[in-house]
Design a protein around this ligand. Structure first.
Ligand SMILES: [Cu+2]
Length: 301
């Protein structure tokens, strides 16, 4: 660019040199950003690495970020380069402009369309195939985990708390949740009143809790630690207070806790309705009883 130029066009050679500079700056910035996102920030990305589901989701977010960030950075690089180099001045009120370049346009459409189509395919595959991405697949899941389920936890939502029922421990019910590490877990999620959502954030599990529906989700625990359980479906005035915390503990610790709870809650467990996949309030309302679905006579305690 020289001061004698007064048109809005520049020569092909100048154009090529600008393109080389833009691409050069963009490549350096994009490689640094992608490196940082994949290796430095990546391992800390939500939802963490506590279960196979969480790890899978973290991997998906990393892949999507690493592909999307260079697109954003190219737009920013081009934008800032244009502001710096192609702006107008006193002798040239209108800046340089780029138009009618078929190669550039074609490249832009082909690259962005390929990226979007790849991400749609990748996203769909990742959402479905690894055991349904912890999202709850209804009562009879099509995609099940490759390792056999070792522990079944029933999650019962109600306004405004979660309780947990353990069919392998005599059908006892607890208000807190502990899970053993290195264990394939099946969550059977249901509700006894309105629609809630069981969102165990760090476990990568988020499944709707609907009355009269058994919604199944899976996760395999891989790390010890604390996780948050939060209702993620507006369910009434105290929806915001509907959360608690759980822990992934050693298998021995879990066994000790569960058997102790089973003993401690035995008198209460006796009064609970028989373990069932869903529960509906008794139509007589007598004694606040609940009967298992499909049992209109209400054989409750
Ligand atoms: Cu809620």
């Amino acid at each position: 660019m020289t001061t004698t130029e007064s048109t809005s066009e520049f020569t092909q050679a100048e154009g090529r040199s600008h393109v080389r500079k833009i691409v050069g700056i963009w490549l350096v910035v994009a490689i640094i950003a992608d490196y940082f996102v994949w290796f430095v920030y990546g391992p800390h990305m939500p939802p963490g690495a506590m279960t196979d589901q969480a790890r899978g989701q973290q991997f998906d977010i990393k892949v999507i970020s690493v592909l999307a960030i260079p697109v954003l950075l190219f737009l920013w690089t081009f934008g800032f380069y244009s502001i710096a180099k192609f702006r107008g001045g006193r002798d040239r009120p209108d800046g340089y402009y780029v138009k009618g370049n078929v190669k550039t346009q074609t490249a832009w459409y082909v690259i962005t369309a390929t990226l979007v189509l790849f991400l749609a395919g990748f996203g769909t595959y990742e959402l479905i195939v690894p055991a349904g991405a912890g999202g709850g697949e209804g009562p009879s899941p099509i995609w099940t985990p490759s390792t056999p389920v070792k522990l079944v936890v029933q999650v019962i939502a109600q306004q405004w708390r979660f309780t947990y029922r353990w069919p392998q421990f005599g059908g006892m019910e607890t208000t807190s949740i502990n899970l053993p590490v290195n264990t394939q877990i099946q969550f059977d999620v249901t509700s006894i009143d309105v629609i809630h959502d069981f969102w165990a954030y760090q476990l990568g599990v988020k499944a709707d809790a609907n009355p009269d529906v058994n919604n199944v989700a899976y996760a395999k625990t891989l790390q010890l630690g604390r996780f948050t359980v939060r209702c993620d479906e507006l369910c009434g005035i105290w929806h915001g207070a509907m959360y608690n915390y759980g822990n992934v503990v050693s298998q021995q610790q879990f066994y000790n806790w569960a058997t102790q709870m089973q003993k401690q809650n035995a008198t209460v467990t006796k009064l609970l309705p028989k373990f069932a996949l869903t529960y509906t309030p008794s139509y007589t309302g007598a004694g606040g009883g609940y009967y298992p679905s499909g049992d209109p006579n209400g054989t409750t305690a």
